[in-house]
Design a protein around this ligand. Structure first.
Ligand code: GDP
Length: 694
């Protein structure tokens, strides 16, 4: 599409799916039908257009979230790739934040698999309207109606077929369009991409009528006027049905359901019509609001001041840093100086690009509602707001969980040393759940992330994209520590050694707070007992003590610290003396407040045939896990439970052995919980022996 589209003709969508449900194949088909790519590349050829990185193709999972723009029936569709693997939750959340609607893909045999459920729930959190596509209808065991009922029961939603399949497995021929009451028959050859319309087969007429009534009834429930008309006349016009389905979908009262086989080129075009007909344009969603000021809003309109959110940063070999943004309001022109309100810095948007599957299009401006890539932003990170400096706004920034697992990493050769540092920082720029730090004591570079696979993938990227060879240590759990009872007291740091002495003295109150409530520093010193210029030093001392906690040498979390009194000396007081006083005071008080070690606990889902259930539940319990529930899924059992991360190392091998390779599992970080006391003592003893506690 040349130029910029009208707002109502934009669809920013994502495809959400369980790994292997066919997301890559579907994305590639969509881009093919949208006329932007001209060769059908199969996933197994490794030629799928959406897979940016070699590695994704090798592993067969989609890791990064790139945005690709295509056109369908006079609409601009931007496809935002949402990763299916829950280790990359931040990527999923980030993409859900900027899309307006989604296609949820399910396997016609596998149905609602554990990860589809999780991504679904995340999308509900962001109020994303959805349509569903039941894929792989050509596979043996495909059951459209069963999957529809699973979507209803497991996901607690209201799926409404707008097409039903004609035939299944080998004899899948096409679908019946329940709105137009026509049969759409797809070309039979595997490589065929055409279809023709014909009358509904006589033996399916009745079934189609029933499903059409279901569609109209469920969709019209939201529209009193049309519901009444339907109840009295028994019929609505095509245009009226389109209207009620669209309204109900956007209001998230129904989920229109499509089906077919992406692989066999069946059913994709009707679904693309569904994207255009039923998923919202930016025009249909509420205005966007300042994260901390409800009065400050931007309408999805090019007439409002410019605002945009950076949701993805990629390092491109040729262009350098590429920032994917969603423009919410106003117009962004190439070459504009814009304001990064999150960092309080000006930035220059050098080039603007619309990314297509196989080419990049330079554009001179991006309008409200569009998703584009910007080259030239140096300080912008994922989650930052970019806006018009005269009309600053901070769009709700995305909250990312803190990393739960760390490994040490070291370059193989000297030449890799500098390259590694730079590459790690580039990767950390792209991914807010990935952090890098240098441990002064052990002189090691430590990288931290959301799971073993997450770090494995990043180390792999170091090797492939940045040509850095490195060795990694054993993964270690990122423990935290906190106190469980409030304490208060003072410490005086006073030294008289020859010349000028040192004098700092403070009273602190330590208050443990609810998990996740973080750190706060409160100053209640009266009458200048600690001169105000030294208060920041007290805070610094506290923060320093919290970085490596006194209990086990791990970061201290969830404490509010108040300085409420102290004293100073005219000559001997200094910043350093107050830092020391506060640091030691905090350490002493913390140890009196019944300290506790905290560990990341993962929510784990294991699926396997029923005969292995005994060993699987046993394996969870023996890992200090709790079973939460069990479910049936197509002859498989799914066990859900909570297990400490430290007990999950090596689980994939154990599970493979236990189930002769027939079991699979997924896990993601849920929350921090206290480590049982005796175990905590053991961990601490070990760390003392390694000199890791000061
Ligand atoms: P992703 O992991 O969700 O991106 O799934 P892929 O697109 O990589 O597909 C996983 C596997 O399922 C690949 O081997 C595909 O060829 C296959 N596949 C995808 N769609 C279909 C389909 O409609 N029918 C059948 N039989 N196989 C499919």
């Amino acid at each position: 599409m040349a130029g910029n589209p009208q707002l109502s003709r934009i669809r920013n969508i994502g495809i959400m799916a369980h790994i292997d449900a066919g997301k890559t194949t579907m994305s590639e088909r969509i881009l093919y039908y949208c006329g932007r790519t001209h060769k059908l590349g199969e996933v197994h050829d490794g030629a799928a257009t959406m897979d940016w990185m070699d590695q994704e193709q090798e592993r067969g999972i989609t890791i990064t979230s790139a945005a690709t723009t295509a056109a369908w029936k006079d609409h601009q569709i931007s496809l935002i790739d949402t990763p299916g693997h829950v280790d990359f939750t931040a990527e999923v959340e980030r993409s859900l934040r900027v899309l307006d609607g989604a296609v949820a893909l399910f396997c016609a045999v596998g149905g609602v698999q554990p990860q589809s459920e999780q991504v679904w729930r995340q999308s509900e959190k962001y109020n994303v309207p959805k349509i569903a596509f039941i894929n792989k209808m050509d596979r043996v065991g495909a059951d459209f109606y069963h999957v529809v009922s699973r979507i209803e029961n497991v996901l607690g939603t209201n799926p409404v077929p707008v097409v039903i399949p004609i035939g299944k497995e080998d004899s899948l021929r096409g679908v019946i369009d329940l709105i137009r009451m026509k049969a759409i028959i797809f070309a039979d050859a595997d490589s065929g991409t055409t279809f023709h319309e014909e009358d509904i087969p006589a033996d399916m007429q009745e079934e189609a009528e029933e499903w059409r009534t279901n569609l109209v009834e469920k969709s019209a429930e939201q529209n009193d006027e049309l519901l009444e008309k339907f109840l009295s006349d028994g019929e609505l016009t095509e245009a009226e049905i389109m209207k009620v389905v669209r309204e109900a979908t956007i209001a998230r009262k129904i989920v229109p359901v499509y089906c077919g086989s992406a692989f066999k080129n069946k059913g994709v075009q009707p679904m693309l019509d569904g994207v255009v007909d039923f998923l919202p344009s930016p025009d249909d969603i509420p205005p966007i609001i300042h994260a901390h000021d409800e009065e400050n809003i931007r309408h999805h309109s090019s007439d409002d001041p410019m605002s945009a959110l950076a949701f993805k940063i990629m390092a491109d070999k040729h262009m350098g840093k590429v920032t994917f943004i969603r423009v919410y309001s106003g117009i962004l022109k190439a070459g504009d100086t814009i304001y990064n309100a999150s960092k309080e810095k000006n930035e220059r948007a050098g080039r603007l690009l619309r990314m297509h599957a196989n080419r990049q299009e330079n554009i001179d401006k991006a309008m409200a509602g569009e998703i584009v890539a910007v080259v030239g932003l140096s300080d912008t990170r994922t989650g930052d707001t970019l806006c018009d400096k005269n009309h600053p706004i901070i769009l709700e920034s995305i909250e990312f969980p803190a990393p739960v697992i760390s490994i040490s990493i070291k370059p193989e050769g000297r030449a890799d040393n500098d390259k590694m540092g730079e590459a790690l920082h580039r990767l950390a720029d792209e991914d807010p759940t990935f952090t890098v730090h240098f441990d002064d004591e052990t002189e090691e570079t430590i990288i931290s992330g959301m799971g073993e696979l997450h770090l494995e993938v990043l180390v792999e990227r170091l090797r492939r994209e940045f040509n850095v060879a490195c060795e990694v240590g054993r993964p270690e759990v990122a423990y935290r520590e906190t106190a469980t009872s409030p304490t208060d007291g003072d410490y005086k740091h006073a030294k008289q050694s020859g010349g000028r002495g040192q004098y700092g003295h403070c009273y602190l109150r330590l208050q443990p707070v609810e998990p996740g409530h973080g750190f706060a520093f409160i100053n209640e010193v009266k009458g200048g007992n600690i001169p105000s210029e030294y208060i920041p030093a007290v805070e610094k001392g506290v923060i320093r003590a919290m970085e490596k906690g006194p209990y086990a040498g791990y970061p201290v979390v969830d404490m509010h610290v108040t300085v409420y009194d102290g004293s100073s000396h005219d000559v001997d007081s200094s910043e350093f003396a107050f830092i020391e006083a506060a640091r030691v005071c905090f350490r002493n008080l913390f140890m009196k407040g019944s300290p506790q070690l905290l560990e990341p606990v993962m929510s784990v889902e294991v699926s396997a045939p029923e005969e292995y259930m005994g060993s699987i539940t046993g394996s969870i319990c023996s890992r200090r896990g709790r079973i939460e529930n069990m479910d049936d899924l197509h002859g498989q059992k799914v066990v859900r439970g909570m297990v400490p991360l430290s007990e999950m190392f090596g689980y994939s091998n154990d599970l493979r052995t236990m189930t002769s390779g027939r079991g699979s599992f997924t896990m993601h970080f849920e929350r921090y919980e206290a480590v049982p006391f005796s175990l905590a003592e053991e961990i601490i003893k070990k760390r003392q022996a390694e000199n890791k506690i000061r």
